[in-house]
Design a protein around this ligand. Structure first.
Ligand code: GLU
Length: 394
């Protein structure tokens, strides 16, 4: 009785593993989580207070489907100030997290059979969200260093190409696409008239002096073709508040609003007030979080690379490291032979007590994704335990 559409969709591995790890912890297993893709920091105090005040003032009813004007204004100001691109408030709409925004945007622009190019490794949900719209995900490999391969993207373009979906800084690779490759991508989009769906949720998490570039900032022409996706979850440690947004051409936003009116009515009212406070208030907690992530990144990457057989690229963004574990294939783990990244992840869970996500979930078989969204103390302990567990593999 279940629709073929849903039967075609893979369940989200990241969501599945997060639930499984939480369950194991509840059962008393002592595990160190490097699996979860959310900041381990608390939502800053002033943001929580804004929601509390809004609740006391009775701001607990439906809001406009577009999101409250105050929030769209704050987003427009942020986009101009930080991303150097001007949007009016009717070119912005609010959704229930970036994931829901991506689905709404895809539904707004894709016809059945339209192709959406997805450079990979990529986040688990992209191909599945495209499939939900009856579009065709077309997987395009990145270069070996996980940078954007424009030649490969060009080769994949057809008459049916509706969009390319990018994520920089990238989940799971941590790659930060440089300006030149984004400019080349933008030229291609203009030449062939397709959208760039630009998921920028990790924009703040760039290290070593690298910069995040929004393709929408290149020109009016490119802005018109860009569907910019962002949200509060990562930047302000607000994953549970579910606030994402889309900035795009008026026509796209209008179509999204029609859909959201039928699917969502509006986004949680208190969360919207909290998001206003996040954008307008002090950015100090964010700055501290970025600094902390950078030192964890440096430490974890060094530890991983010191382990014989593990190799880990110099990822400059997000809060993930993708480690190559292929050299362990064929090794014996207490009777069972390790044959893929799934078995390697399982071995580390059992033997080292650390939870990671197998790369195959992100179209990166042979790798494991390590999220350094955990305290330095836990990272040190987890790396020690992993080192010991790897030594037991014969
Ligand atoms: N984006 C995060 C991750 O990759 C959160 C979980 C999800 O929604 O996929 O782990």
């Amino acid at each position: 009785m279940i629709s073929e559409r849903v039967q075609r969709i893979r369940p989200s591995k990241t969501v599945e593993i997060t639930s499984r790890v939480a369950e194991l912890k509840q059962q008393g297993r002592s595990l160190i989580g490097f699996n979860v893709g959310e900041p381990d920091f608390s939502t800053p105090e002033h943001i929580c207070r804004a929601a509390e005040e809004a609740m006391r003032q009775g701001f607990t009813k439906y809001t406009p489907v577009t999101g409250i004007l105050e929030l769209r204004r704050a987003i427009a100001e942020k986009l101009e100030r930080e991303n150097r691109v001007r949007y009016s408030v009717d070119e912005i709409t609010i959704g229930a997290g970036a994931k829901q925004c991506i689905l709404a945007a895809l539904l707004a622009v894709c016809n059945p059979g339209d192709e959406v190019l997805i450079p990979y490794p990529c986040w688990v949900s992209y191909p599945e969200l495209v499939k939900l719209t009856d579009g065709e995900p077309v997987m395009v490999p990145c270069r070996e260093d996980f940078s954007l391969d424009i030649a490969a993207v060009r080769k994949a373009v057809t008459k049916r190409t509706k969009a390319v979906m990018i994520n920089t800084p990238n989940n799971p690779t941590g790659a930060v696409y440089d300006r030149q490759s984004l400019e080349d991508l933008a030229s291609l989009a203009v030449e062939h008239d397709f959208y760039i769906i630009s998921d920028e949720v990790y924009e703040k998490f760039v290290y070593g002096g690298r910069e995040h570039v929004s393709p929408a900032s290149f020109s009016e022409e490119v802005k018109k073709l860009t569907i910019l996706i962002n949200g509060m979850s990562k930047t302000y440690a607000m994953t549970g508040w579910r606030i994402g947004y889309i900035a795009a051409d008026r026509e796209v936003i209008k179509a999204v609003n029609v859909l959201q009116g039928q699917m969502l009515s509006c986004v949680q009212s208190l969360s919207q007030k909290a998001a206003v406070a996040a954008l307008a208030g002090t950015q100090e907690p964010l700055e501290n979080m970025i600094r902390e992530f950078e030192s964890r990144r440096n430490y974890m990457r060094e530890r991983l690379n010191q382990m014989p057989g593990i190799s880990c690229m110099d990822a400059m963004g997000a809060f993930y490291l993708l480690a190559d574990v292929r050299s362990f294939y064929g090794r014996n783990a207490g009777g069972a032979v390790i044959e893929d990244d799934g078995q390697m992840a399982k071995y580390l869970l059992e033997e080292a007590g650390i939870a990671v996500v197998p790369g195959n979930a992100f179209f990166a078989p042979g790798y494991l994704r390590f999220s350094y969204s955990n305290s330095m103390e836990q990272i040190e302990k987890g790396m020690d335990q992993m080192e010991q567990a790897l030594k037991k593999l014969s």
